[in-house]
Design a protein around this ligand. Structure first.
Ligand SMILES: Nc1ncnc2c1ncn2[C@@H]1O[C@H](COP(=O)(O)OP(=O)(O)OP(=O)(O)O)[C@@H](O)[C@H]1O
Ligand SMILES: [Mg+2]
Length: 463
């Protein structure tokens, strides 16, 4: 540990020097502010002990200049008891602590240790933040296609604004990834990012989750609880699957967006929050509006800036870079040396239709990496659905169909096919919906919705 001691008194330099050396630290002496600044340029300093009474440049000025060059630098001010005012000013300018003279050795050591802890924490926090930024940075969203380049441009432009943002795209296209990138590129980046899985929650539960409740608001409300809007204050709130929100809750949501205030369930006080709303859906909201299932006014409030993520099959040029990205990721995660994919396998990946989009591709690569024994991923390691046919259609589940001569109702046929596929998945998952959803590479909430739409019940599964 390098400790810079800035003091013009020879005797103090000696005393502090001895003390620090005894504790295994390395004292570096500077007798003027100018010397101190020079030392900072030459050496890496972990902490500074600074006397405020210096010849030449004043102690306060030295403090200011150091803080300007390195705001993380920990400075402990030493000052004569008679000039305690100066110490208070120094604290205001960002000094970590002050020690009045004459001091006890123990006191100096204790303060130094606390200061070093503080320094370690600050730098750990900064590193964590940098890591997070890297993780949610645009670099981590892969896409060289023109469509994705436009998405990046839109994120860069829209993120710093205050506007609500709507992210549209099929399942697995990266909506959540984009929502996080928006948050991390906004001025709220250091604030919270809170996700609401609006999925299949009943209205009252969803509302108490969002707005919180007071004690005794309903049976079971034994204590007051903060809602997600309060938790997200100063940050962003991400509504996943906004299309699923019950109409009665939509009205309340609209109010929060407009008034920026709400009440806890059963409460009388209005609570003000500063939250940016990012919503995502794979549903056709306009269609839901037309059907009366989604409030038109809310739709217009959300739809200030829309980011549309195209399906993976519409941007096949993104497939090779995505494959390389996931290959690297999962090879590292599984401590494998797989580095490459054979040209035949890559061709097949590019021909496949990817109904589950990037998520399905990611799963396919993870699976291949886990199963691989060599350095190369070949055709045989691709999932059966991808190997079976490039179309990823009916044949991929071995369930071909014919078109009768007299024609067929397209929607009935599609519904029938969906029903069969879901029933099969549920049966092979032993009726466990979460597992069936994994087999179909959809979210459990999506499966739940589809089951509702197709009137599939536990009885129809028959397990
Ligand atoms: N462009 C991309 N680059 C890298 N990874 C991506 C990209 N798009 C998606 N992914 C990855 O694919 C997976 C699915 O993405 P995400 O959860 O954001 O999709 P989604 O649109 O929210 O899906 P759903 O509608 O099912 O919730 C995640 O693991 C994500 O990291
Ligand atoms: Mg999602």
């Amino acid at each position: 540990m390098n400790i810079l001691v800035v003091d013009d008194e020879e005797i103090l330099q000696d005393v502090l020097g001895l003390l620090l050396r005894r504790e295994g630290m390395r004292p570096i002496a500077a007798r003027t502010g100018e010397d101190a600044l020079l030392a900072l340029e030459r050496e890496s300093i972990d902490l500074i002990l600074l006397d405020l009474m210096l010849p030449g440049m004043s102690g306060m000025e030295v403090l200011r200049q150091i803080r300007q060059r390195d705001p993380e630098q920990v400075i402990v001010v030493i000052t004569a008891f008679s000039s305690i005012e100066g110490a208070i000013d120094a604290m205001r300018e960002g000094a970590f602590h002050y020690i009045p003279k004459p001091f006890k050795n123990e006191e100096v050591l204790l303060t130094i240790r606390k200061g070093l802890d503080q320094r370690r924490l600050t730098s750990e926090n900064r590193q964590l933040k940098e890591q997070l930024e890297k993780r949610y940075g645009l670099d981590n969203i892969i896409g060289k296609s023109h469509a994705m380049q436009q998405v990046f441009e839109l994120i860069r432009l829209a993120a710093p604004s205050k506007s609500n943002i709507l992210v549209l795209g099929e399942s697995g296209t990266g909506k959540e990834l984009v929502a996080k990138a928006i948050h991390h590129h906004s001025r709220r980046a250091s604030g919270p990012f809170v996700t609401v899985n609006s999925g299949s929650m009943p209205a009252d539960l969803l509302e108490s989750t969002l707005f919180g409740h007071v004690k005794g608001a309903f049976t079971g409300a034994i204590a007051a609880k903060k809602g997600l809007f309060e938790i997200a204050d100063g940050g962003s709130i991400f509504f996943d699957e906004i299309g699923n929100i019950p109409v009665e809750t939509q009205a309340k949501l609209l109010r929060v967006i407009q008034e920026k205030e709400f009440m806890r369930l059963g409460g009388v006080d209005t609570i003000k929050v500063d939250v940016r709303l990012i919503a995502a859906t794979n549903a056709d909201l306009e269609n839901l509006v037309a059907q009366g299932a989604f409030r038109e006014d809310l739709y217009y409030r959300l739809n200030v800036i829309t980011i549309h993520l195209p399906g993976l099959r519409q941007r096949t040029e993104d497939i090779p870079p995505l494959v390389r990205h996931f290959l690297r990721l999962y090879a590292a995660e599984n401590a494998k040396s797989v580095a490459e994919i054979s040209p035949t396998a890559m061709q097949r990946l590019m021909d496949y239709r990817w109904p589950g989009n990037v998520r399905e591709l990611e799963n396919a690569i993870e699976r291949a990496v886990v199963l691989s024994t060599g350095d190369l991923i070949d055709f045989d390691l691709l999932p059966p659905a991808v190997r079976a046919n490039g179309g990823g259609g009916a044949d991929s589940v071995g369930n071909g169909f014919q078109l009768p001569d007299q024609g067929v109702s397209f929607w009935d046929a599609v519904n029938g096919y969906e029903r069969q596929l879901i029933l099969r998945a549920l049966r092979s998952a032993g009726g466990v919906q979460k597992r069936a959803a994994e087999l179909l590479q959809v979210k459990p909430t999506t499966l739940h919705e589809m089951m509702k739409r197709l009137a599939i019940t536990t009885e129809s599964v028959g397990v």
